[in-house]
Design a protein around this ligand. Sequence first.
Ligand code: NAP
Length: 485
Amino acid sequence: MIRHLKSAHLFVDVDNVSDLPTRASDRTFEVFNPSTGELLAEIPDMGVEETRAAIDKAYIAQPEWAALTARERSDMLWRWHQLIVDHTDDLAAILTAEMGKPFAEARSEVAHAAAYLQWYAEEANRIYGETISAPSTDRRMLVIKQPIGVVGTITPWNFPASMVARKISPALAAGCTIVFKPAEQTPLVAGAMFALAHQAGFPNGVINLVYASEGDAVGRELCSNPKVRKISFTGSTEVGRLLMRQCSDQIKKVSLELGGNAPFIVFDDADIDAAVDGAIQAKFRNAGQTCVSANRLYVQSGVHEEFVDKFTKKVRQLSVGDGFDPGVAIGPLIDKRALAKIESHIADAVANGGVVRCGGNRIGSEGTFFQPTILTEISRDTTVAQEETFGPLAPIIRFEDADHVVRDANDTIYGLAAYFYASNLKRVWRVAEALEYGMVGINTGRMSSEAAPFGGIKQSGIGREGSRHGLEDYLEMKYLCMGGI
Ligand code: NAP
């Protein structure tokens, strides 16, 4: 079924994925390398019937999976973790080929995915209930935790390996079973990880993969099928809103990891060299295509010139190209639509007085490579200050007053991640508490970790991934009251 996987690194025969549902048609869709345009694979295109079949398998498998001991579930997650670690380079090669990110970043994403599996293999053994002091002597009151049931998951293209682990490992640790739909552009690494899960010995039906080019049909089935008890989605706020609406008929639980519009604030008491390094990480990792990417940089007047000069010098050194080429820091954008968006944000900013300090253009007439770009003299009303760009574009807004900048930073429907650099302890606490975001990086440009609760507030989402809190998202609480004691 998988054809054209020419790279020597692409070892995994994705036909090995045993947990694909029986095909209802022989439709296929194509997967391309965004760096070269090369056709990588043609894979089964599934729809409502296959999704329903996958849900049925997950539904049948769930009670037996939940009935295993926590240690047994943990052992299987450990085996999967080890296989992923052993195949890091192969998985990273698939990731770079289908998504475009530099190979070193792809390796780091696979390590991040493995870390989630490790974390939840451990956490599976730590599902605790509670006892409550009853208000009368003839009663005993307690709370037990139980798996929610079948979980439908839908994921985006920007972290396709990490998404598999972040969603599946806490759900499996809790005793849930899964139907998983990866993004149309990046289904191959998910297929490879599922093949490794098969080798790890997960029982048939526990995790089920649905490849689809039309996410909406699969999404509707997952949301409307009563056998699915929860939807876990990562992607745009627009689609998250739609799925939440579709889940409302059955009051289905949702976890939503949605879009962001992260502010990155540099105060005049910051270590500027550290702030520049942090901004490079927070802005240009994955070509700016991360939900926690710094989208708007606010720099206080007193350090504005120093920051812009040092930042521009470093950004000019970032090399753009095929993720397999050594030394490449920025790969292609995912598609032509992403290119058009970044160009429109730059045009709008320039029309409103913005100045291009470096970059600003596509690289080559083919492909989707874009120069890392810095804009200054940006006003708060421009599109680039209001909307998620999802590309290698850093707009810098000068500010004078610390209170105003926090107000501006919070003036958005999003509340995923924020960053700031400062050294005054009082300021650090005050600003950290005042920022209306689910995650705040203080003097760091990178904060994602399996040990911490990742997620947003406002229209950036509901629920958390990672840490002990991530497990709670897949558990129901049941209150038991024993009378006549
Ligand atoms: P997207 O368009 O929302 O797509 C995400 C997933 O939803 C894909 O699998 C897509 O399938 C599917 N989908 C699209 N329309 C659907 C529908 N009507 N019903 C059901 N499923 C549907 O987002 P994207 O462009 O791939 O990803 C970028 C967005 O994700 C950004 O906004 C980013 O901030 C956000 N994101 C958030 C986090 C976080 O943790 N908060 C992490 C990563 C990304 P197809 O591929 O088939 O279209």
